[in-house]
Write a protein that binds this ligand. Structure first.
Ligand code: UD1
Length: 420
């Protein structure tokens, strides 16, 4: 397993290009199961999660070829309608094949994902949605087994706003007979991107970008090409990298509109921001002001930026509270940040962060994707040498993170598993 060695203290400077959104790609790729033929997905990042989704779709008979950042998919020969445990346990987003398979082929066998490194993440809403759309669903030996002749429209009202369940319900409803309503739908940019992709394929969807979607089922869809939206979490992570190191960085090919909650918090923390439609320039605060954050569904502050925010607040000139209201257990980074000298106390889903003057390098362990990002950020400002072990978590969701940071002047290098 690779590790990163970081020598902190370099102020980041320069320009970085933001990659395509992992979570949009993970929704659009399975959506190609909804119509036979050839698709080209441009600006698809090269990441482990994308490779995992590719392998899963390949086991179903999808032909996939990557040419640089374009993914070419041919769904003509799909002949297997199963997502085995080996794939789903690696990546929960594999559950996204459930909706398209049941809608297009009338059968789906998808492994239950099980727990996550940072707590339980149920899929009850996904199952309820396809049941309401007329599928017969059994849970057998850890698998969701769904059958339906043709799905029928239904009124769905989610108790909790869920990105994945909204995506699955949407992909199922586009081919169902009649008009489906989804109340309390997620409106994260990745769901909007999925809905727009489905519209391009011939779906009829009203209410995109709102919490009420109205989907008039059609008999068939057709393949199309699409370009992935920019990754708002990578954007946020680089903004914090600039802020935490006292740097000045321009981010290109990003979408500031998708990051408004974070941008407002960065300004409160003292950062100076300039932006256009597709770029942001950030000048770090002279001294980071402490700013409370509570995660919320979009357009609120994303849970996927909570760990990175705690890293930034750990060097603020005062105390603040960071609350995760989406995932109560998502704090595996806290003990690791404390190893780097941060002063953080955890009480249920609230982290009380007391800013310290400096962090000091140490060996720390990656536990999940965003937790790992927060350790890199802390390492960039910690005095001396920080080693971040098990960086494969980062490779799931950040494209060439060390190269991008090196271009901005960071002292970070990857040491491959064989070298130590
Ligand atoms: C997606 C993102 C993930 C992000 C999360 C929240 C992808 C591939 N992943 O995950 O990076 O952290 O949104 O923004 O896009 N819930 C239920 N029952 C369900 C499903 C969800 O109770 O059947 C709850 C979850 O426990 C959680 C909340 O709903 O408290 C939101 O989770 P959800 O939006 O579903 O997350 P994912 O789609 O898994």
């Amino acid at each position: 397993m690779d590790k990163f060695i970081i020598r902190g203290g370099k102020k980041l400077k320069g320009t970085v290009t933001i990659s395509g959104a992992k979570n949009a790609a993970l929704a659009l790729m399975p959506a190609t199961l909804l119509a036979s033929g050839k698709y080209q997905l441009d600006n698809t990042p090269e990441l482990r999660d994308i490779a995992t989704m590719s392998r899963l779709l390949q086991t179903m008979g999808v032909d996939i070829e990557r040419r640089s950042h374009s993914l070419h998919l041919n769904t003509f020969r799909v002949n297997k309608f199963e997502a085995p445990y080996e794939h789903v346990k690696k990546m929960r987003a594999s559950i996204y094949v459930l909706g398209p398979l049941i809608a297009r082929y009338g059968y789906a066998k998808v492994s239950l994902p099980g727990g996550c490194a940072w707590g339980p993440r149920p899929v009850n809403l996904h199952i309820e949605a396809i049941r309401k759309l007329g599928a017969a669903v059994d849970i057998d030996q850890g698998y969701i087994i769904a059958r339906a002749k043709r799905l029928k429209a239904a009124k769905l009202a989610f108790d909790v706003s869920s990105v994945g369940a909204t995506g699955n319900a949407l992909m199922a409803a586009v081919l169902a007979k009649g008009t489906t309503i989804i109340e309390n739908a997620a409106m994260e940019p990745e769901i909007v991107a999925l809905a727009q992709f489905l519209m391009k394929m011939g779906a009829r969807i009203d209410g995109i970008s709102t919490t009420r979607l109205e989907i008039e089922g059609v008999d068939a869809l057709h393949p199309v090409d699409e370009t992935m939206i920019p990754d708002r979490i990578e954007t946020g992570t680089f903004l914090i990298a600039a802020a935490i190191t006292g740097g000045t960085v321009k981010l290109e090919r990003c979408k500031p509109n998708h990051c408004t909650a974070l941008l407002a918090k960065l300004e409160e923390a003292g950062a100076v921001l300039q932006m256009g439609d597709t770029w942001i320039k950030i000048k770090a605060p002279r001294a980071v002001e402490p700013v409370d954050v509570t995660t919320a569904v979009y357009p609120g502050f994303p849970t996927d930026m909570q760990a990175q925010w705690i890293a930034l607040m750990s060097i603020a000139k005062g105390s603040c509270m960071v609350t995760d209201s989406i995932y109560y257990d998502r704090f595996k980074h806290v003990p690791e940040l404390v190893r780097l000298g941060a002063d953080i106390e955890l009480s249920k889903n609230v982290a009380v962060v007391k800013g310290v003057k400096k962090l000091a390098g140490a060996k720390v362990m990656s536990t999940d994707l965003r937790a790992s990002a927060s350790l890199i950020l802390a390492g960039l400002v910690a005095e001396g040498k920080t080693e971040v072990l098990r960086v494969y978590h980062l490779d799931r969701g950040y494209e060439s993170i060390e190269k991008k940071l090196q271009q901005l002047g960071a002292d970070i290098r990857r040491v491959s598993g064989q070298e130590f």
